[in-house]
Design a protein around this ligand. Structure first.
Ligand code: BTN
Length: 316
């Protein structure tokens, strides 16, 4: 209902009477008033002029459901958006919602997280209002072993979404970190709820440094603001990522992973570069030579043999 009120006020670009709102929305005028109060509490500036009506005078810089859904144009991704000013981790909220049966494409997004988490047990710092911190619920009809490729697909979609929206080409460091100038711009975490042979649901969590400034970042990280030298609209960027993600995901359900993996290879930050990773306590050094169709990273070793890495971390 709040989304509808905001949309009406934005479209009107002027005054809308309480009576009109109550008629169009099918609710009482006091219910309209209550929703207006909730919107004000969420940061919207709404003027109420006696006998004349309501006027929108200020829109907060929030990735609220109302803002994200306006003009989104997807079918599933973002058809439900759950927005938190503060949350421990969008992964936890998305997981609970998925267990309760939330539909595929549900997005949980927060302005900040108190316990944002990354891969391999690391923390994900989430400065308030600066980045995009969101999780998408997916219900792919696949086996758990396929989840690795879903994560690659997500990296492709986010990289393409950023390029379409901001014009910055972020490369992918296997499996799914996005880098610009070899600095980390975005991390993706995929968590599963599955049985041995069947996935119940997948949560894809995306953390993207958008307007983050250097003092809020690790030295090896970057943000779109740093790269572009100007502030980027988080709402419009999130919308484009959701559009591309939905279209890549639907294409994968229909035709498999071929296209997404081909695009991943074009965006790889690693090809031909020296990489290091740990295996059974030993450091292995080799040259990244490509991506296997199952999502594994192919690394050529000094003795000429090629190994495939399916999980874990690598360093350039
Ligand atoms: C990584 O690079 O290790 C992955 C980072 C993933 C961070 C995102 S932010 C939104 C979602 N909620 C979390 O707690 N983590 C993911």
């Amino acid at each position: 209902m709040m989304t509808k009120i905001i949309n009406i006020l934005k479209d009107a670009d002027g005054l809308v009477s309480g009576e009109e709102l109550s008629r169009w929305l099918g609710i009482t005028r006091s219910a309209v008033w209550k929703h207006v109060e909730d919107l004000r509490a969420a940061g919207y500036g709404i003027e109420a002029l006696p006998r004349l009506g309501y006027r929108l005078v200020d829109v907060p810089d929030l990735v609220s459901a109302a803002e994200v859904q306006r003009g989104l144009g997807t079918v599933k991704f973002g058809s439900r958006v759950v927005h938190f000013p503060v949350v421990d981790s969008t992964m936890n909220e998305a997981f609970s919602l998925a267990l309760e049966g939330a539909p595929e494409g549900t997005v949980v997004v927060a302005e900040t997280q108190t316990k944002g988490r990354g891969r391999l047990g690391r923390a994900w710092s989430s400065p308030k209002g600066k980045g995009l911190y969101f999780s998408v619920i997916l219900r792919p009809p696949c086996a758990p072993s396929d989840a690795a490729r879903l994560t690659l697909l997500a990296a492709v979609a986010v990289s393409e979404g950023i390029e379409n929206n901001v014009g910055v080409r972020a490369l992918i460091k296997w499996p799914n970190d996005l880098l610009v100038n070899d600095r980390k711009l975005c991390g993706i975490l995929t968590e599963l709820n599955a049985e041995v042979d069947r996935v119940n649901f997948v949560i894809v969590g995306i953390g993207l440094n958008v307007n983050t400034v250097p003092s809020q970042l690790l030295p090896e990280a970057t943000s779109l603001r740093i790269v572009q030298g100007k502030t980027v609209s988080r709402v419009s960027l999130l919308q484009e990522i959701l559009r591309v993600f939905e279209s890549r995901y639907q294409a994968m359900l229909k035709d498999g992973y071929g296209d997404a993996l081909a695009e991943w290879r074009m965006r790889s930050a690693l090809d031909g570069r020296t990489v290091r990773f740990a295996e059974r306590g030993r450091e292995i050094v080799g040259t990244a030579v490509g991506l296997h169709d199952d999502g594994g990273l192919l690394v050529r070793l000094a003795d000429g043999s090629t190994v495939k890495r399916m999980a874990g971390d690598i360093r350039i």
